[in-house]
Design a binder for this molecule. Structure first.
Ligand code: CMP
Length: 140
């Protein structure tokens, strides 16, 4: 099963990308695709369109376009639910000990990593960053 993660600009700029990747690989995730990208504003707005009406939307888009991030296609059994467990709660202060956000996130917004929240969104989000994933056989 596949899911999408994004190592966010806060983790990349503080040179935590490798540590976060190692954490995920230790938990059994295999990287099937990766791309270091700096999102444009329209891209960040489109990716997070579901949050358009939220008070934090503008700030979230500014943060996500502030520097490069690393979208990843990850494979593992139960990938979507397991990745959500491994990254921890959105608010790092509430994240369980040993989770990626507990270890590496700075705040609720600058929270180091994004993960798809359902198999349907995983497919949509993989396609957002890796439009040729289907052609490359990633979905089996
Ligand atoms: P993510 O899992 O990528 O999904 C939406 C993002 O919006 C979230 O991680 C945070 O980066 C950000 N976010 C969610 N809630 C808040 C909030 N209350 N204040 C600021 N940023 C938030």
């Amino acid at each position: 099963m596949l899911t999408l993660a994004i190592i966010k600009p806060d983790a990349v700029s503080r040179a935590k990308m490798g540590a976060v990747l190692a954490h995920l690989e230790r938990d059994g995730f295999v990287v099937r695709a990766a791309r270091l990208v700096r999102l444009t504003r329209p891209e960040a707005e489109a990716f997070y369109a579901v949050h358009r009406e939220r008070p934090f939307f503008k700030s979230l888009v500014a943060f996500m376009t502030s520097g490069p991030c690393l979208p990843l296609v990850l494979e593992r059994e139960q990938a979507v639910s397991r990745l959500r467990e491994v990254i921890g709660a959105t608010e790092p202060a509430e994240a369980a000990p040993g989770t990626v956000r507990k270890l590496y996130a700075e705040s609720k917004e600058r929270n180091a990593i994004h993960a798809s929240d359902s198999p349907e969104n995983a497919q949509r989000e993989v396609g957002f960053f890796f439009p040729k994933a289907e052609l490359e056989g990633l979905w089996g």
